[in-house]
Design a protein around this ligand. Structure first.
Ligand SMILES: [Zn+2]
Length: 312
């Protein structure tokens, strides 16, 4: 009978110690992974925290069919347009959420109801210091009740009222706001009286276009202004009568935001506009689909981001 050789005792000890080493190595590696992931999520949290008080912010508020855009720079606030009167509640809620208790500037890009209708109620809640409107030929001035209410509210607010055009500028915290249009006071259409603003904070540039259409875009291009922008608020709710190829080629936006209502009767945004934008950026957000759109610039890190709240 063959006697099975027992494994020497020292062999068993060796394999035991090998197991312990292996066990320790696995524990060590797992700890490293846990620590690394913890560090990552901490860093992500930090970044989110940094962005939460980003020095320069643009909020394209989801107001349905219309425009209302909050811009903040170093705690100073500017509201570009206030959509139609039915959206005033959504705007004041949004401003409250962002802890905006006063407006350094309220800008009415032009006098259509989907841009100025909400101002009277918004100004009741949040006082403006300066109101800025665009130059508008007399024959294009609206005769609507909305316009009358807007004028009354502007007067009642106690703010100073200035009409601006190309060449004017002002500051908002460390941001410089340049007015690029209207260039002339001879517009044929109220949309083409839109104030077009170029807002720059450090190297970050945003262009806000109101409802500017192709005719006004041409006058802006003729001025030869620097239009290259990180963020473009697309003109006239993404209509195919705005955002011409020549204009877009100058702007070359990294991010684009379109403000329009769900299933609006105008068919905004136009497929053609979206296709043109797609030639420049994958980051096109639409309030009708994405909800509130938020663009942030963090001065310390130099990071820029754009996100959206999503629809409820
Ligand atoms: Zn409009």
């Amino acid at each position: 009978m063959r006697i099975q050789r027992r494994a020497p005792v020292f062999e068993t000890n060796k394999s035991k110690s090998r197991s312990i080493w292996l066990y320790c190595a696995v524990i060590f590696l797992l700890s490293l992974i846990v620590l690394y992931r913890g560090r990552l999520s901490w860093e992500q949290e930090q970044r989110t925290a940094d962005f939460a008080d980003a020095e320069f912010q643009v909020h394209v508020i989801d107001v349905g069919q219309g425009d209302s855009i909050l811009v903040t720079a170093d705690g100073h606030a500017m509201l570009i347009d206030a959509a139609g009167s039915s959206a005033a509640g959504a705007i004041t809620d949004y401003l409250a959420q962002q802890q905006i208790t006063s407006l350094d500037y309220a800008v009415a890009t032009h006098l259509h109801a989907d841009h100025i209708g909400g101002f009277p109620a918004v100004w009741e809640a949040v006082k403006p210091e300066h109101i800025v409107g665009s130059v508008c030929p007399d024959d294009l001035l609206p005769t609507s009740k909305t316009y009358e209410r807007y004028l009354d509210a502007a007067e009642a607010s106690g703010a100073d009222y200035t009409e601006m055009q190309a060449g004017d500028s002002f500051t908002l915290g460390n941001a410089v706001v340049e007015v690029l249009a209207p260039v002339t006071d001879e517009a044929k259409d109220l949309n083409d009286t839109s104030l077009v603003l170029r807002v720059q904070y450090d190297d970050v540039v945003c262009i806000f276009t109101g409802d500017m259409e192709n005719a006004e875009e041409e006058t802006v291009l003729e001025q030869g202004s620097d239009l290259k922008a990180d963020l473009l608020k697309v003109g006239h709710h993404g209509s195919d009568t705005s955002t011409g190829a020549a204009f877009l080629a100058e702007v070359e936006p990294t991010y684009a935001a379109i403000s329009c209502g769900v299933d609006n009767s105008y068919g905004h945004p136009a497929k053609e506009t979206l296709e043109k934008l797609a030639g420049y950026t994958d980051h096109v957000y639409i309030t009708a689909e994405d909800g509130d759109i938020v663009f942030l610039y963090d001065k310390d890190t130099g990071n820029v981001s754009m996100t959206a709240s999503g629809k409820e």
